[in-house]
Write a protein that binds this ligand. Structure first.
Ligand SMILES: Cc1ncc(COP(=O)(O)O)c(C=O)c1O
Length: 361
């Protein structure tokens, strides 16, 4: 049977084991999850909704979109919910990219951008990071009449770095109106820098060529429920909604999302935990003679050696029950990424990293 070349080239993950989920894992620090767990208010809302899950949920997700709109000072029309923000990356690629269209993204960013645009047989232009940060001026330089879409991850997964407001405005001024800009803000709630760009203002001001992605999988601790959303001009979301599976957001995610938005105590505790963990890893990694990238997220990335060393360190740490990520496949050979865990998990991780690096030297 004829296969589409872009899809055929992708690895099939269907039978791959997930080492991070194996019982021998004592510290799962590989998926940027919230170690504090879900918001207790979200759990209560799920318990209340459970007896009703024989019913389909509202396909328009209106209650959640209304709550999000109030939270973000927008209208429900500006919001489209989905089965995780990853689904929105897929839907946007499906809806806007034709084979041979150019897409611009960083070399060293969220792996889903490579995979979803490859499905559409797009021509990918990957622009190297500078100090782990998107090079926005080089990304603007790369625009041609064939450019359909630019994907920006701010803060960037997997380096945790951010681009500031001034460079973002300079970049936006150089992007033609018919080029779609996707700004993925999966980690925005963790950001502390004062000059972080406010992309919601662009949508409030009526910008038509931008979609902002956010998720409940990170600070809200609902990764397993699958809930994300896009913020954009209503025209774009009406169009995207045509490719969205009607009941993609499940009934439990809808109520949990609303409750999580209201749980300020959980959000504050998660922020405090991330700040403590960030300081811990900064201190400990620096003491080991390593130079972590400047993280504004719930994870930290750090170079541990030449190409291949990232995989070797990840595999060695797995032997000690610590799951982390190797970033060679993401365009960052020699770099590992550690998600923040509980204080005990963080301590175990650093102890193990020291042991593994000592064995390699
Ligand atoms: C930058 C970025 N975007 C999107 C996602 C996908 O999140 P979700 O669980 O909402 O699909 C992730 C998950 O790790 C991510 O890091």
């Amino acid at each position: 049977m004829h296969q589409k070349p872009g899809i055929a080239r992708l690895p099939s993950m269907r039978n791959s084991a997930r080492p991070a989920s194996s019982p021998s894992v004592q510290a799962r620090l590989s998926a940027n999850e919230n170690p504090l767990g879900p918001s207790p208010k979200a759990l209560e809302a799920i318990a209340e909704a459970l007896p009703h899950i024989h019913r389909y949920a509202d396909p328009n997700n209106l209650q959640l979109r209304t709550a999000l709109a109030a939270h973000l000072h927008l209208q429900p029309e500006h919001i489209l919910c989905a089965n995780g923000s990853d689904e929105l990356i897929l839907l946007t690629a499906l809806a806007y990219i034709n084979p041979g269209d150019e897409v611009i993204m960083a070399d060293g960013t969220f792996i889903s951008y490579y995979m979803r645009t490859q499905i559409m047989d797009a021509i990918q232009k990957r622009i190297p990071l500078v100090n782990g940060t998107h090079n926005l001026s080089a990304m603007a330089d790369a625009i041609t009449p064939n450019t359909k879409m630019i994907l920006i991850c701010n803060p960037n997964n997997p380096t945790g770095t951010t681009n500031g407001a001034t460079e973002m405005q300079e970049f936006l001024a150089r992007v033609p109106d018919d080029v779609l800009i996707m700004v993925d803000e999966a980690y925005v709630e963790y950001v502390t820098r004062n000059d972080f760009p406010d992309m919601l203002v662009e949508i409030r001001n009526g910008r038509k060529n931008m979609i902002i992605l956010r998720t409940f999988a990170k600070i809200y601790g609902l990764a397993g429920l699958r809930l994300g959303y896009g913020v954009a001009h209503p025209d774009m979301l009406d169009y995207l909604n045509k490719v969205r599976p009607v009941f993609d957001v499940n009934a439990l995610a809808l109520v949990a999302g609303i409750a999580a938005l209201e749980d300020h105590a959980h959000l504050q505790a998660s922020l405090a935990h991330a700040a403590e963990s960030r300081a811990f890893y900064q201190r400990e990694l620096t003491a080991l003679g390593l130079t972590p990238f400047a993280s504004e997220t719930n994870f930290v990335a750090v170079r541990v050696g030449e190409a291949g060393s990232d995989t070797a360190v990840m595999q060695a740490m797995a032997q000690y029950g610590v799951a982390i990520n190797a970033l060679g496949g993401w365009g960052l050979p020699g770099v590992i990424r550690i998600s923040f865990g509980s204080p005990a998990e963080n301590a175990l991780c650093m102890h193990t990293l020291k042991t593994v690096l000592a064995q390699r030297s």
